[in-house]
Design a protein around this ligand. Structure first.
Ligand code: NIG
Ligand code: FE
Length: 390
């Protein structure tokens, strides 16, 4: 196995406060080094007694952090909705209706085109410091198309989410129950071969999305099929998504843009991670979520891009971190934690989002003396995932 020794790390944020040299709750070490195996597994972390390795990389005083975990993306799609974005910037509201145009373009695209688009977006993410990526289906919405998207997603990640319950496709709008039957029946049967998770867009403020009852039906079927649960909730207005997610013990409820005090209390009493996606508020002109209320209540918060052609076509976790610091009032430390450990928690993973012996999510070099520069120097391409492949 080829091993890589990374030396000259000015500030190493391990997210492992148990490390004997850790200086704070983020497990910060100064003037540190680490060794990784070819499979990104961390073999050694420390300040002295540095072991040898097959290959050496000197990062010359730069900061090193765990590779970002992007725990919410919709990367398998074709088509373009920049005109919809432009209209929204001029005041047109988002209601989920544009999803249909992406479904059409995606159904029409051949496998090779979708695969190239997916891999191109992933490469964009890696070039901005991201390691593990969750990928949802949801732009197929018929049996063959959803299965195809799941199959393509599974080629690039273990964190595949079945989102047949994204919206009700046009051909089923007058018979929604039949579509829920399709999702919970034949689609779910196919999805089990590829997906680890099931998700549903539970949103009473969109006529295309699913009600709480429909969402519960879809999630319970997924749970029975052995899938973990995730929910798109409280995105366009107050609603039942958050409480449904907590009630069913979902791993994550994502968006959380419109929260009541009861929603925050429910999250604080449960185990569901609140995943915030501020690229969506940026791109839809909705207000940013009240992240401080969540953090102050002790809720585990994650950050992700929600990379998708409608509400957030960014692949950049550093951009999301900058928004979280500036607009959601997270400290730079809280934002980095949410983009690594928080996102890992939302995927029920302990082996990613940190730099400790045995972890395997990859590491990212920040071309700056501290991770704080990610938000401080917003828009500057500072973060890059370290490749351990020569
Ligand atoms: O997470 N809200 C539902 N789904 C996506 C948007 C999908 C789209 O508009 O294409 C989201 O925001
Ligand atoms: Fe989403």
């Amino acid at each position: 196995m080829t091993t890589t020794l990374v030396t000259g790390i000015g500030e190493l944020t391990t997210m492992d406060p148990e490390h004997p040299d850790a200086e704070d709750a983020l497990g910060t070490l100064h003037d540190a080094a680490l060794v990784m195996g070819a499979d990104d597994q961390v073999l050694w972390v420390g300040r002295s007694g540095v072991p040898d390795a097959d290959r050496r990389v000197d990062v010359d005083g730069r900061a090193v952090i765990p590779a970002f975990v992007d725990s919410h993306t919709h990367l398998v799609f074709a088509g373009d909705r920049s005109a919809e974005f432009a209209a929204r910037m001029s005041g047109v509201a988002y209601d989920g209706g544009g999803i249909t145009s992406t479904v059409q373009a995606t159904r029409d695209a051949p496998d090779d085109e979708l695969r190239d688009l997916l891999r191109g977006r992933l490469e964009e993410m890696r070039a901005q410091g991201t390691g593990v990526v969750e990928v949802k289906s949801g732009y197929g919405l018929d049996l063959a198309s959803e299965t195809r998207l799941l199959r393509l997603a599974r080629e690039v990640t273990d964190e595949v989410t079945f989102l047949g319950g994204h919206v009700v496709p046009p051909e089923y709008r007058s018979r929604r129950g039949d579509y829920v039957d399709l999702v919970t029946g034949p689609m779910l049967t196919e999805a089990r071969a590829y997906a680890r998770w099931i998700d549903v867009f539970c949103e009473p403020h969109s006529p295309y999305a699913f009600t709480a009852d429909e969402g519960r039906t879809i999630l319970l079927a997924g749970r029975d099929a052995g899938l973990g649960l995730r929910v798109h909730g409280n995105q366009l207005g107050p609603g039942p998504g958050v409480r449904l997610a907590v009630e069913l013990g979902a791993a994550s409820v994502d968006h959380c843009t419109y929260l009541t005090g009861q929603d925050v209390d429910a999250l604080a009493a449960g185990t569901t991670v609140a995943t915030l996606l501020p690229g969506v508020e940026f791109s839809t002109r909705h207000p940013y979520p009240d992240a401080r209320a969540l953090l102050d209540a002790g809720v585990t918060v994650a950050l992700a891009t929600d990379c998708n052609p409608g509400t957030s076509y960014t692949s950049s976790m550093p951009f999301v971190i900058a928004l979280a610091v500036r607009e959601l009032r997270l400290t730079p430390q809280e934002a980095l934690w949410a983009a690594t450990r928080g996102a890992a928690a939302s995927l029920a993973r302990n082996d990613i989002g940190r730099i400790a012996v045995g972890a395997r999510g990859g590491v990212t070099v920040v071309d700056a003396p501290s991770h704080r520069h990610l938000a401080y120097r917003a828009g500057v391409p500072l973060a890059r995932r370290l490749s351990t492949v020569t």
